[in-house]
Design a protein around this ligand. Structure first.
Ligand code: ASP
Length: 327
């Protein structure tokens, strides 16, 4: 029988409310991974699954220390057991895409890593967690997914870590991959991945994660933005900064003036956008202001990349080359 590792981190999939009609007012991360597994007896027929609890949190409370533990455990597990078929991670949906993208940049292994969550707590009528978990395991056990990188399985859809995002606050179909669409889908008949995997680069495969992580804030663009945000970040000496620019990643004249007038060394800075879909292209001013386009990465994923780039001591050119090479 195939062996899988289930790493549980909490989230709504492990959440409990006082009654079955309550969908929003519940406590996330109450049930352990063992209980999630026990709720889906079918899983016993599919694989031998060992469970480890990495955290029991709402994913809004996830910490860099949890990311560090997750990465270490996955790297060790694949290194120690060549017959391990894959890793499934249960996770809160709010920041699931950030963890997926982090792992995509760090875990260099052809065997699948699949993240899964739920939009309804485990106590809800029609809770989506059990089926999502079953389908995540189906995907992790499928030979077709090998080489596709880190995947997210929600509501029968299989998404790639780079593009997937949570687009809705309610409803089981809250995830999408703007611009590219889902990679495939999974149902009771099997796993369907119409497109073959391409070659994959894992830029931080050898990066050891320290205890202390750099500061990389996100600044959000709007009408008459407060320059105090940007000044505070620069004065604090942040290692990186993501602008959630308006439109195609536009900064206001006031923000550009702050950058231009900044006398010190500029941090690594990425321009993402708040539209939710579509790329940010480079601009003739970027070099002068120390900016780089984030390409098609959303602001939260641009931040994950900046965190790792700062940890690895990358410069602007290295970061630019990586973003340019992203599909
Ligand atoms: N509050 C939850 C979280 O941990 C939301 C969810 O899991 O759907 O992100």
């Amino acid at each position: 029988m195939n062996r899988l590792l289930l790493l549980a981190t909490g989230g709504t999939i492990a959440g409990c409310a006082d009654d079955s009609a309550t969908l929003n007012d519940y406590t996330a991360g109450v049930l352990g991974g063992d209980a999630l597994l026990a709720a889906v007896p079918h899983l016993q027929d599919l694989a031998t699954i060992s469970v480890e609890q990495i955290a029991s949190v709402d994913s809004a409370d996830l910490l860099f220390a949890h990311w560090r533990a997750l990465v270490a455990r996955i790297r060790d597990a694949f290194a120690a057991d060549p017959n391990l078929a894959g890793v499934v991670i249960t996770h809160g949906t709010n920041t699931l895409e950030e963890t997926a993208w982090l792992l995509q940049l760090l875990i260099d292994d052809p065997w699948p890593v699949v993240l899964v969550g739920a939009m309804r707590p485990a106590t809800a009528l029609s809770a989506d967690g059990p089926l999502n978990l079953l389908q995540a395991v189906q995907v992790a056990l499928s030979s077709e997914v090998r080489g596709h990188g880190v995947l997210v399985v929600m509501d029968g859809q299989i998404h790639a870590a780079q593009r997937v995002t949570k687009l809705a606050t309610q409803g089981v179909g809250a995830f999408a991959s703007p611009g590219s669409g889902a990679l495939g889908w999974v149902d009771d008949v099997g796993v369907h991945l119409p497109v073959a995997s391409g070659s994959r680069q894992v830029p931080f495969a050898d990066l050891a994660l320290p205890e202390q992580w750099p500061q990389v804030p996100i600044v959000y663009g709007c009408v008459e933005p407060e320059p105090l945000m940007l000044n505070a970040c620069l004065n604090a000496g942040v290692a990186g900064l993501v602008f959630t620019g308006t439109g195609a990643g536009q900064l206001s004249a006031a923000e550009r003036s702050v950058l231009q007038a900044w006398p010190g060394q500029r941090p690594l800075m990425l321009r993402a956008n708040r539209c939710g879909s579509g790329p940010v292209h480079s601009h003739s001013e970027d070099e002068r202001l120390g900016l780089l386009s984030a390409g098609s990465l959303n602001p939260q994923k641009a931040r994950v990349l900046l965190l790792l780039a700062a940890l690895a001591g990358w410069d602007r050119d290295q970061l630019d080359a990586l973003i340019t090479a992203l599909p």
